[in-house]
Every structure is written in C-alpha cells, then in structure tokens.
Design a protein around this ligand. Structure first.
Ligand SMILES: Cc1cc2nc3c(=O)[nH]c(=O)nc-3n(C[C@H](O)[C@H](O)[C@H](O)COP(=O)(O)O)c2cc1C
Length: 207
C-alpha cells in the first residue's frame, strides 16, 4: 500500500491541517502497513506554469525537444508520485475561501493531458487516476457549516478539490473539515478539532 501525503499549509508550526494528518497517519499505521511519501508544497511550492511549459505540454511526447522535456521534468515527477500512490492524503488550509496558492500551483502542474486525463474518441475528457482513494483534511479559521449557515456558499475549497480530482478520475474522496480554528471561541475551536480527530480515528479503521 502506497500513500502520498501532500501538505500545503505555509505554516510550519501550529498548522492544524498538518497536526491532524500526523494524527491520522499514526492511527492508520496501527491498522495497516504502508509506504509513505511526503510532498510538501506549502514549504516548497512548484513553479508556476509558463508560456514554455504550456508549449511543451501541448507538444506530443515524441516531438518534445530536450529543453521541453526538462521544462516538464518537475511536473512529471509530481505526477509520477500520484501514479505511484494507492491513496492520497491532502492537507489543505482554507485561504480566502478556497485552497492555498501553494496547492493551486501544485494542481496546475499535475492536471495534464496524456498524464492525468485524456481525450477519448468522442472528444470527452476522461481521468487517468482511477481506483485511487483521496482523503482531504482541511482547516479553516471560521465556521462554514455551523448554526449560522450564512457562510456555507463561501466554501469553494471542498467543491473545487472534489471536482478537480474527480476530473482526474478519483471519485472516492472524503473530506474532514476542521472549522473555527482562528475566529471561533476557545470552546468552538476545541470542539471542532476534537470532532475531526474522532472522524479521523474512525476512518483510520476502514480507509
Ligand atoms: C492568507 C490566509 C487566508 C485565510 N482565509 C481564510 C478564509 O477565507 N476562511 C477561513 O475560515 N479561514 C481563513 N484563514 C484561516 C486559516 O484557514 C486557518 O488559520 C487554518 O487553520 C489554516 O490551516 P493550517 O492551520 O493548517 O495552517 C486564512 C488564513 C490565511 C493565512
């Protein structure tokens, strides 16, 4: 069993998403053996795609020059890690109602025709990361799904991640969202954090 962990918080200390993921993987290791790779795009984000990157990407592999291959090399390595994994755990802080820029630039590097999706004979796009499981552990400063539902429609993080990974073929995705970590009362913060730990604890027995 191969697990790829992708961290994306720019926080090195006191990151709730990182802490919960440490907790989950520790619990999971009691139940099963696995090989773990960690890709930290919070601390080491990949480069933004450039004009040259796009040209190289849209050139069929057999026509790519050595320069084009080297422009795509880092993106290829990121995709190879995804292909290696049976299960993927993404840790995602919410920044301005969606994923961090660090996670978005990672996604811009991995959504690639011929590698993570392809166009079929009818012109439809099909994912290539089928049969993988995805767990996303998010952390948010505010409360989006509490009694006050006014912020629910601002959650572009879960819907975005669910959609982009479904586009690449991953339909088995689970989200554990940890809310009120910055802007709630101390009690709300603790209740939400413990609730996520409970969810992760249960999940570690069946995932
Ligand atoms: C740049 C930035 C933008 C943020 N935007 C939001 C937001 O839109 N909604 C929210 O609930 N929290 C927001 N927060 C708070 C973070 O989601 C919160 O601190 C979360 O715990 C971050 O995850 P981490 O602890 O793993 O770093 C933001 C924090 C930062 C640094």
């Amino acid at each position: 069993m191969n697990i790829l962990r992708i961290d994306s918080s720019v926080r090195v200390q006191n990151s709730k998403s990182r802490e919960l993921t440490d907790f989950f993987l520790k619990k999971l290791s009691i139940k099963q053996d696995f090989n773990l790779k960690i890709r930290d795009v919070g601390i080491n984000p990949p480069a933004f795609p450039t004009d040259d990157f796009i040209k190289a990407n849209y050139t069929v592999p057999e026509n790519r020059t050595d320069e084009m291959k080297s422009i795509l090399a880092n993106s290829d390595a990121l995709i190879d890690e995804l292909l290696w994994a049976d299960k993927i755990v993404i840790t995602s802080p919410m920044y301005n109602f969606t994923v961090s820029a660090t996670l978005k630039v990672f996604i811009d590097n991995i959504v690639r025709v011929g590698r993570t999706f392809y166009i079929d004979e009818n012109g439809d796009m099909q994912g290539l990361l089928n049969d993988k499981k995805l767990l996303v552990i998010t952390s948010r400063g505010a409360m989006f799904y509490g009694k006050n539902k006014s912020l629910e429609s601002f959650d572009f993080q879960e819907s975005y991640l669910k959609s982009v990974f479904l586009f690449m073929g991953i339909s088995d995705s689970i989200f554990v969202n940890t809310e009120a970590q910055d802007f709630g009362t101390a009690e709300m913060k603790m209740i939400n954090f413990e609730h996520s730990k409970n969810q992760l604890s249960k999940l570690s027995k069946i995932w």
